[in-house]
Ligand binder design. Structure first.
Ligand code: KG4
Ligand code: ZN
Length: 347
């Protein structure tokens, strides 16, 4: 089967409601993301119950906006791709139910997409000349993991965090420093005025064998430093933000380098919300230049959660003849490479 002409992607695994139309699996005809910053800001983090209720309010309008911006009528769609997991089940179910209902009405196939496969696909959408095999580093609020991506959708996890995700650490450090939600961009902003050498935070697992990560230690070290200093001046906030950002990103760079060397590969794709981080981008570029590797980052709007990546990954599944039908269900946890929804299994 050939790659479908128009796929509608839907992504609602956490606090963003997103819809996008992708042509032939690679060309983004539209991509709409509705965030919920105002909903969660007072709590300093995502409140699952509020997230799913807000998705219910926005899903139709966001999907309609994606179709109209693409100039594609619903009847012109060849398939629908929707994130089926991992994520917040209440949030996932909103996109999933909407996608299934629309597919049923239009008489077209619907496929469930793994959120991380979507992030990995974003690298190929942004860089069509990126061909497997390559190492994928997925860094977001829920994931910190290295994958080996081979042809035909084969993807093996090489290592992952044993505790917090790196984005989660950014978010928690922002809270400790009194910086606004969402934490990653505000830590990056505060760090601009700070000295990355001011505090020597630990670099957990950086030089250890294997390819796992650990971020709870850095977060605890920041909490102790904040407690030790008492009232924080603007300068202190900037220095702690810059020093934390340096420690967090140094570990990612060292582990990605180890993965490339251990697997004898030369290409690296860095994806997920934390891939938007400027220091990480600069550090990775420095590393690959020294070692003769190639690194690709999606543009910022494809790093954070979006539905274009889901539509792109889904287009490939549809091209292989996959169609998951109306039994498609949401799963809060599911390893990459597995698709329990394929068999209509229950969550
Ligand atoms: O991929 P994403 O939108 O959602 C998940 O799948 O988790 O990633 C969101 C995460 C949040 O933890 C956010 O703080 C972080 O990505 N993030 C950043 C930056 N922009 C977003 N972290 C560091 N620096 C940034 N510029
Ligand atoms: Zn994500």
């Amino acid at each position: 089967m050939t790659i479908p002409e128009h796929v509608l992607g839907l992504e609602s695994s956490c606090d963003d409601m997103a819809a996008a139309v992708v042509r032939r699996g690679l060309e983004i005809a539209s991509s709409v993301v509705q965030d919920q910053i105002e909903v969660h800001e007072p709590y300093g983090g995502v409140v699952p119950e509020l997230a799913s209720r807000d998705h219910v309010r926005s899903v139709s309008a966001v999907a309609e906006a994606a179709l109209s911006r693409a100039g594609v009528a619903p009847e012109a769609l060849d398939g629908i791709a929707v994130t089926a997991g991992p994520g917040l089940v209440g949030s996932l179910l909103v996109g999933l139910s909407f996608g299934k209902a629309l597919a049923f009405r239009l008489g077209i196939p619907v496929v469930g997409v793994h959120h991380v496969s979507g992030h990995l696909a974003s690298a190929e959408v942004a860089n069509p000349d990126l061909r497997p095999p390559y190492i994928g580093l997925v860094v977001s609020g829920g994931h910190t993991a290295l994958y080996r991506v081979d042809g035909d959708g084969a993807c093996a996890c090489l290592g992952e965090t044993r505790d917090d995700a790196v984005g989660e650490a950014f978010d928690k450090v922002a809270k400790l420093l009194g910086l606004p939600f969402p934490g990653g961009p505000s830590v990056q902003e505060a760090a601009r005025a700070g000295d990355p050498e001011a505090v020597r935070f630990p670099r957990p697992m950086r030089d250890e064998p294997g390819l796992d990560f650990s971020y709870s230690g850095i977060k605890t070290a920041v909490a102790l430093e904040v407690e030790r200093r008492g009232r924080l001046s603007g300068r202190a906030v900037a220095d702690i933000a810059a020093s934390f950002q340096a420690a967090a990103t140094d570990v990612l760079i060292a582990r990605a380098r180890r993965a490339l060397r251990e697997h004898g590969l030369s290409q690296l794709a860095v994806v997920g919300g934390v891939a938007a981080n400027q220091r990480l981008r600069e550090g990775m570029l420095g590393m690959v230049r020294r070692d003769g590797f190639r690194v690709v980052f999606p543009p910022l709007e494809l790093c954070t959660d979006n539905a274009a990546m889901i539509a792109a990954a889904g287009a490939r599944l549809l091209a292989r003849g996959e169609s998951h039908g109306l039994a498609l269900n949401a799963f809060s946890r599911v390893p990459v490479g597995e698709a329990p929804w394929r068999d209509g299994e229950r969550a």
